[in-house]
Design a protein around this ligand. Structure first.
Ligand SMILES: Nc1ncnc2c1ncn2[C@@H]1O[C@H](COP(=O)(O)OP(=O)(O)OP(=O)(O)O)[C@@H](O)[C@H]1O
Ligand SMILES: [Mg+2]
Length: 150
């Protein structure tokens, strides 16, 4: 496990997301944790761009789950901040959605961790004026510095 990656601005946050998109294999599940405003959605925006999503990628705070088509299969983005109990999501076929997607990135998904022990978990933190990222579980293989992501 390497240490924290410093992401000095939104630009590096996007670039780090783009690097993740290239290095996480098809079918990957990525949990993004960290306080409000630590750049989870920004990072998803970066990986969406690299996967070829051209439209706007906004926070699915109210829709909970948003799926974007990409040439390699859907990108699933979820924000479960408002969800106290994830059981209904599992019943509604989250499993199936995840098994057929290119990549799933889930914000505030801590309640799902026990159901997906194989998932990668990235923790984002404030590191004024930027942010930092640290793997809690899952990747990294090799270097994951933000700067190489350009
Ligand atoms: N590395 C960074 N350095 C400085 N500002 C950043 C960085 N990454 C993102 N930001 C900014 O932080 C703000 C919050 O970003 P974002 O919405 O992605 O956070 P979030 O973790 O998804 O928040 P929430 O928990 O509310 O969903 C945005 O204004 C974004 O531009
Ligand atoms: Mg967000």
């Amino acid at each position: 496990m390497t240490g924290s990656v410093f992401l000095p601005s939104e630009r590096e946050q996007l670039a780090f997301g783009a690097a993740l998109a290239e290095r996480l294999p098809p079918g990957s599940l990525l949990f993004l944790e960290g306080e409000l405003g630590t750049g989870k959605t920004t990072l998803v925006r970066g990986l969406a761009r690299r996967l070829g999503v051209s439209g706007r990628v906004s926070s699915p705070t109210f829709t909970l789950i948003q799926s974007y088509p990409t040439p390699q299969g859907p990108l699933v983005h979820a924000d479960l901040y408002r969800l106290a109990d994830p059981a209904p999501l599992l019943e509604l076929g989250l499993e199936e959605l995840l098994s057929s997607c290119r990549l799933a990135a889930i914000e505030w998904g801590e309640a799902l961790y026990p159901s997906y022990p194989q998932a990668a978990v990235l923790r984002l933190s404030y590191a004024p004026p930027g942010r930092s990222a640290r793997w809690i579980s899952g990747p990294p293989q090799g270097s994951w510095s933000g700067s190489e992501a350009k």
